[in-house]
Design a protein around this ligand. Sequence first.
Ligand code: TYD
Length: 211
Amino acid sequence: MKGRFITFEGGEGAGKTTVLRAIQKKLENAGYQVLTTREPGGSVIAEKIRDVILDTRHTEMDNRTEALLYAAARRQHLVEKVLPALEEGAVVLCDRFIDSSIVYQGVARGIGTDEVREMNLFATAGLMPDLTLFFDVDPETGLSRIGKNEGREINRLDQEDLAFHYRVQEAYRSLASAEPERILTVDAGKTEEEVEKEAHGMIISYLKGRA
Ligand code: TYD
């Protein structure tokens, strides 16, 4: 694979999506071919799967069903969008990937990290991100940022209580300490400008180091 696969992870309101867009522009200005994407990423099939997951009427959704659906949408998006871009040599910036499932389904929903990781490795045929940035923010700060963003859609997951979001943060932190080479932590409690600068610096030094 000629390209580089970089994923952005973190809890709600960590600012990763905004920072991702800013970094895309900077990398393109520096001459990199960049694909920014997020699951389901405009894949018709993955989009339909995602609609089933996020439908607020689906209150009877079983945790393992949810995990399988995320993995299925992931597989389809990977095959249709990510792999072709990597083959062309692009830097792929993806908003959430396998670590979201490990954290949300594996830990926060209590299925177990190993099982969720294994099931997802089946979906990705063993592919893992080359680099992952974890945007670490205090859940209360993150949720209050979301509250201010009135245009944002409310989904089933936003209704979870604060404890859920603390479990998410703890789970990301332990993944980051278990895989320090792949997962770098960005202090996302700072201003947007500072967060963007830190994240951009991490990506540039990774790309230059691997050039
Ligand atoms: P979204 O509105 O896209 O949130 P964000 O802007 O924070 O990325 O909702 C994504 C939600 O889906 C978020 O709460 C995390 C959850 N999720 C999982 O539970 N498992 C997964 O594998 C993925 C990709 C997302």
